[in-house]
Design a protein around this ligand. Sequence first.
Ligand SMILES: Cc1cc2nc3c(=O)[nH]c(=O)nc-3n(C[C@H](O)[C@H](O)[C@H](O)COP(=O)(O)OP(=O)(O)OC[C@H]3O[C@@H](n4cnc5c(N)ncnc54)[C@H](O)[C@@H]3O)c2cc1C
Length: 289
Amino acid sequence: MITAPFEYHAPRTVPEAVKLLGELGEDAKLLAGGHSLLPMMKLRFAEPSHLIDLGRIDSLRGISQADGEIHIGAMTSENEIVNSKLLAEKLPLLVEGASLIADPQVRNKGTIGGDISHGDPGNDHPALMLALDASFVLTGPKGQRVVKADGYFLGLYSTLLEPGEILTQIRIPVPPAGTGTSYQKLKRKTGDYATAASAVVLQMKGDVVGQVRIGLTNVAATALRASAAEKALIGKPINDASLNEAARLAMSICEPMPDLRGDADYKTAMCGEMTRRALQIAHQRATRK
Ligand SMILES: Cc1cc2nc3c(=O)[nH]c(=O)nc-3n(C[C@H](O)[C@H](O)[C@H](O)COP(=O)(O)OP(=O)(O)OC[C@H]3O[C@@H](n4cnc5c(N)ncnc54)[C@H](O)[C@@H]3O)c2cc1C
């Protein structure tokens, strides 16, 4: 299958890309790694007349630390995340999550910015971003705005990104020492999207939970934050009773679409199990001496 014809543009700077996007309007699409957009174009689900390739804008790549935050350029590839020593030390959850995305070929080209922007509930970064309390820098004709991941994902292929804006950077606060994290993803085989997955960031206060954030993948039209489960865990020890209650509350917000990976009941049950496992492992990591 081949795509409908389109004109190709390769700006070298963000202002150039924003200008092009403004001039070409709704007929244009941004191209990052192309691993979601190009399949959609080949199937003719998307038929943009212009592609604006972000691949030659050097300022959109790279991982750095500034003021207690990790900054990641939107065009940073999954493999760059998987191989980053800084992320392995400061944000191991992101390394764990990115290494479970698709296969090495996809991870070589696919970008964190594209994964977040696509708004696909099967993508793994949205739930990781919710659990990590990330913020996104959106750059458009009126300048930059910074928005929280929590509230950014509106529905199927729908986010807060306005026409004319580009996601340029992802900012994630470095969790305090003693934080335990885990991403548990059930998938049928390498290269598949999650049947269900759960991302946990956990801090203990003595023997009880001090802080916890939980993000869920592919169990609704968009990534979900399991706020009721988080609330129920605060002040409780991690044991069978609290894990069962957290899993029950996570399952209570699931509305998965049935597909070849399973029916709604199965996916919901797997979300509960992934949440239980992610909490257990995050707890082990948080309390490791
Ligand atoms: C076989 C296969 C398996 C996969 N499995 C998984 C998986 O398990 N988990 C997972 O998370 N993903 C998976 N993916 C998707 C993959 O991670 C894609 O790379 C990702 O969804 C999109 O990133 P991209 O850089 O390729 O973006 P593109 O495909 O280039 O773009 C996707 C969309 O985002 C927009 N966009 C891109 N960058 C920006 C930006 N900076 N600002 C604003 N809009 C932008 C584009 O216009 C387009 O609409 C899989 C893909 C394939 C082909």
